[in-house]
Ligand binder design. Sequence first.
Ligand code: NAD
Ligand code: UFG
Length: 338
Amino acid sequence: MNILLAGGAGYIGSHTAVELLTAGHEVIIVDNYCNSCPEAVRRVEEVAGKHVASYGADVKDKRTMMKIFEENEIDCVIHFAGLKAVGESVDKPIEYYRNNIDTTLTLLECMRESGVKNFVFSSSATVYGEENPIPYVETMKRGSCSNPYGWTKVMMEEILEDASKADSELSVVLLRYFNPIGAHESGRMGEDPQGIPNNLMPYIAQVAVGRRDHLTVYGGDYPTPDGTCRRDYIHVMDLANGHLKAVEYANTHKGVEVFNLGTGTPYSVLEIIHAFEEANQVPIKYEIGERRAGDLPEFWANAQKAERILGWKTKRTLADMCRDTWNWQKNNPQGYKK
Ligand code: NAD
Ligand code: UFG
């Protein structure tokens, strides 16, 4: 299949590109590089050993996107192109609503005008909100979010459900990611955050490589076994494989289907720090600080539906996630910059 990856130069998109190419699909990447760089696409080509059609373009730009849809015979769209920093979304809500929702609407319009029927969407565990019990199951109602980023995901899921109700030929797969970490095992591709990392694993990796002095653990007094928050961390290549399965599923089904992509096992912040130290024999300096506003004490996935229907299951361990993160970071201390 020919698969258009909107936001395909980013962390999850680039790893998914390799997985799709390796499985024999063709990919077309569209990215405006607002949170990535063309070097990421070059690395995808290097690792997969294949050429990739890529466009430096804004997915909100309908005219340019229509040209891309006309130039390429597209079978499926995967929509990764979003702004994703939770804290920033509180300060810049208008930018977040504009970018995340507009990209989705533009893609849906282009698909309708070009007769493309399959859509896979990067959603998030954040849509379960603050009220649902854990572990999260797809049958639960979407909850209320504590920030505009989360609301954009809730709204986009609703938009996609409505679009699907109005077009019985449309196939929409909503993938709710839990906490993707790790890197391609080659050490040539990985997460390359701009500025100070917001997320735990890239922060740990930058402490390990000497770019940051120490990690602050946000809160040590949560009602969890060791007092630090617990999350469901998933290797980015397992997540990438989930997209491969989702694309194949979308091609043979109609309507909307939702899948959690997680491992089903939570780890605390302290467990992640110690797993990283043990896997890589590198010390991580840290101190326990204040809680971060908006963090939930713990959540993880019930991932049985993806296994039952997509035949997807994670294969990689926490030690793999830590080893691959470090292999990427130590070989690319400044990320994709030389
Ligand atoms: P990322 O920032 O690395 O990738 C997103 C890509 O989209 C970037 O390359 C960025 O340049 C591009 N982009 C953004 N707006 C664009 C636009 N208007 N036009 C063209 N390109 C645009 O983020 P990621 O971690 O790879 O996340 C991918 C998707 O998965 C996002 O939608 C994110 O919200 C979602 N998600 C991520 C996580 C996570 O922890 N990483 C968790 C849940 C959901
Ligand atoms: N943490 C620290 N110190 C840091 C960074 C994070 O202690 O410097 C802690 C957080 O408090 C949290 C855990 O590490 O307990 C994980 O934090 P991340 O920021 O890595 O991930 P979140 O669970 O907060 O959020 C992630 C994505 C969101 C997504 C959410 C649910 O960043 O986009 O998972 O899928 F919405």
